[in-house]
Design a protein around this ligand. Structure first.
Ligand SMILES: O=c1ccn([C@H]2C[C@H](O)[C@@H](COP(=O)(O)OP(=O)(O)OP(=O)(O)O)O2)c(=O)[nH]1
Ligand SMILES: [Mg+2]
Length: 173
């Protein structure tokens, strides 16, 4: 049985009257799209900090995360340099989106009010750190960076052929 939770109220200020109040495209969506209020053209490899025309006041205990839009990533190679960007509950400034064009050949152009990213609001825990001399043991222990199997062989340091290979990370797919 599905349960519908009440939405969390978030105050929003529009810094540009033409910017739409963000809303979910579909009932189950996690993110609301953000637009740019500035037209921009990014050459391959170029980045820009784009204004969205909105600022928000999140309740304490929440944060908003600026995520890429998959369609722009797949079609244009557009990425966010700091993905996901973190908007703190106490931040009252304009939300900005730090985009980079990862396409090696094509420029990407945005018109004013194009949707360039999406904002996901989430509850976040506050923690207290307790310093200790030794941490409790675990099954993973200190294994990381591919310790569970094959890992990418990258040209150069590993004497590879210049291509990254996912190797046995493909196993089981
Ligand atoms: O994609 C982003 C990421 C951050 N911010 C805003 C909201 C966030 O609360 C503030 C600071 O972000 P962050 O802590 O990631 O940046 P910083 O370089 O550590 O800056 P600061 O020293 O102000 O914390 O910048 C954005 O508008 N967009
Ligand atoms: Mg910070």
């Amino acid at each position: 049985m599905s349960q519908v939770r009440n939405p969390v109220d978030v105050l929003l200020r529009r810094l540009d009257a033409q910017v739409p109040v963000p809303s979910y495209g579909h009932p189950g969506d996690a993110g609301v799209d953000l637009v740019t209020t500035e037209a921009a053209e990014l050459a391959p490899g170029e980045r820009a900090v784009l204004p969205t025309g909105v600022s928000i006041a999140l309740p304490d205990g929440y944060a908003a995360f600026v995520h890429p839009r998959s369609g722009l990533a797949a079609r244009c190679g557009l990425a966010l340099v700091n993905a996901p960007g973190t908007v703190d509950a106490g931040y009252r400034g304009e939300i900005k989106v730090i985009v980079v064009n990862l396409d090696p050949r094509e420029s990407v152009r945005f018109e004013r009010y194009d949707r360039i990213a999406q904002l996901v609001v989430q509850q976040v825990e506050k923690v207290r750190f307790h310093e200790v001399a030794e941490l409790p043991g675990s099954a993973r222990a200190e294994g990381g960076f591919g310790s569970t199997g094959g890992h990418a062989a990258v040209g150069g340091s590993t004497g590879g052929n210049g291509y990254a290979s996912v190797g046995s990370d493909r196993e089981g797919q």
